[in-house]
Design a protein around this ligand. Structure first.
Ligand code: EPZ
Length: 430
């Protein structure tokens, strides 16, 4: 297996292109199941998770045609045409679903289009139990009958789905996306209340509108959908990845560098921008994105609590913790979305960090330096937090289990090296 070797201590300078968002691209690809016409997605990132979903979709009958390729280090992304002319299977098998939880996003579209679907329950996950009860309850409220059989959700809607008001008891990105897709083809009006407002949900909604769906309230916590009999072809550009953007913003801040994030959208990161400014970074919009620098200011400790959008994202919590390890002062970091998302703590501690975890909060006392070490992590964001720590640390850090990074960061080494980081991939045996 590949490893990544980092020799830390270099301030990063330069421009860094941001790729299309993984977490927007996945539901957008699933939306191709809703129509027999072609959905063209522009700016699709080249990532392992995208390939995993592509494999699942192709066994449902989606034909995929790749037009473009990543250029400029991924900034322009790829163009992919997805055509689900005929659904040849409504079953999403365990072997594919277990590789990636987002596979569950095929449930709503398959049920809405075919009146039936059999989707494996995704099973456990490193960051928490992550149930799918909200997806199931919401679809049942639209009239589906869902039974759990031998590890599968077996869903039927012989008379089609019918719109109603669904109040989510908890904000869920995936359940909002699944229900939104299903509602586009349901009879009558569906109201999704307490819906997730994440930019990826809005990106999906805009794409569905381009496909002929009738959706109001995009960007708010109440989505109103008037069902239509069918959707049609559309072309949609995937938004820039706000989590990748935030990760590299923190890379600039932790190394005392200056990076322009090309394509980065400050409006999707207001909570993080406020936190980084408080911590001592300067953040300014530019013509093509924004610029993050901390060339002479001291890095200060800032408390952070993760929350649904527009709050501070859980997907940036691990990276923020690495940043706070390097601060002058202490920071309390509280995780409210997932119950087990501190797996990076023991690894950061091995690099010399001073962190004490109390339940859902971690008290981080900044240290003058971290030292490089061999490290590994069990999830994507935890892995990249160790990359950030490695960029700051004295000496050499070798990150194992790089496949986690490959799930969500396109050309990570090339992008960092382009800004002067001493980082390389060591190819391993399979
Ligand atoms: C999405 O996951 C993202 N994944 C995650 O990104 C992200 O961490 C998460 O949203 C929160 O922002 C994709 O978009 C593909 P949720 P999702 O449903 O949709 C609970 C990354 O690193 N819940 O919003 O699965 C759940 O357990 C990843 O890129 C239920 O209780 O997250 C959690 O505590 C990891 N029942 C909370 O809601 C349900 O039926 C929010 O989860 C569904 C969720």
């Amino acid at each position: 297996m590949d490893k990544i070797r980092i020799r830390g201590g270099k301030a990063l300078h330069g421009t860094l292109p941001i790729s299309g968002a993984k977490n927007a691209a996945l539901p957008l690809m699933a939306a191709s199941l809703l129509t027999d016409q072609t959905l063209t997605l522009v700016n699709l990132p080249h990532l392992a998770d995208i390939t995993t979903l592509a494999n699942l979709l192709s066994q449902h009958g989606v034909a995929m045609h790749m037009n473009g390729h990543a250029s400029n280090g991924g900034h322009t992304g790829r163009v992919v045409e997805l055509t689900a002319k005929e659904i040849i299977s409504t079953t999403a098998p365990y072997d594919l679903v277990r590789k990636m939880r987002a596979s569950v996003l095929v449930l709503g579209p398959l049920l809405a289009r075919c009146g039936q679907a059999k989707v494996s329950l995704p099973g456990g996950c490193a960051i928490g139990t992550r149930p799918v009860d909200l997806h199931i309850q919401g679809l049942e409220q639209l009239g589906a009958e869902i039974e759990l059989q031998e590890g599968y959700m077996v869903a039927r809607a012989p008379k089609g789905l019918t719109g109603t008001r669904i109040l989510f008891p908890k904000v869920s990105v995936g359940a909002t996306e699944n229900l939104l897709m299903a509602a586009t083809l349901a009879k009558g009006e569906t109201i999704l209340a307490n819906a997730a407002r994440e930019p990826e949900v809005s990106d999906l909604a805009h794409c569905l509108v381009a496909m002929g769906a009738r959706i109001e309230g995009i960007g708010t916590d109440t989505l109103r959908v008037q069902g239509v009999p069918s959707l049609h072809a559309a072309t949609h550009e995937v938004i820039a990845d706000r989590i990748e953007t935030g990760t590299y913003a923190m890379a600039a801040a932790i190394t005392g560098g200056d990076i322009e994030l090309l394509g980065g959208r400050m409006e999707d990161l207001t909570a993080m921008v406020a936190v980084l400014r408080k911590a001592g970074a300067s953040i300014k919009p530019t013509e093509n994105g924004f610029r993050v620098s901390r060339t002479d200011a001291e890095l200060k400790g800032v408390d952070v609590m993760t929350e649904p959008f527009p709050g501070f994202p859980t997907d940036l919590q691990a990276q923020m913790m690495s940043l706070m390890c390097a601060a002058n002062g202490a920071a309390m970091i509280t995780e409210t979305i997932f119950e087990n998302r501190f797996m990076h703590v023991p690894e950061l501690t091995r690099m010399g960090a001073d962190i004490t975890v109390h339940g859902a909060s971690a008290l981080v006392r900044g240290v003058p330096r971290l030292t490089g070490a061999p490290v590994m992590a069990t999830d994507l964001r935890a892995s990249v937090s160790l990359v950030l720590a490695g960029l700051f640390a004295d000496g050499e850090t070798v990150l194992n289990r790089v496949y986690h990074l490959d799930r969500g960061y396109e050309h990570l080494e090339a992008k960092l090296a382009g800004c002067g980081a001493d980082v390389e991939r060591i190819k391993g045996e399979e």
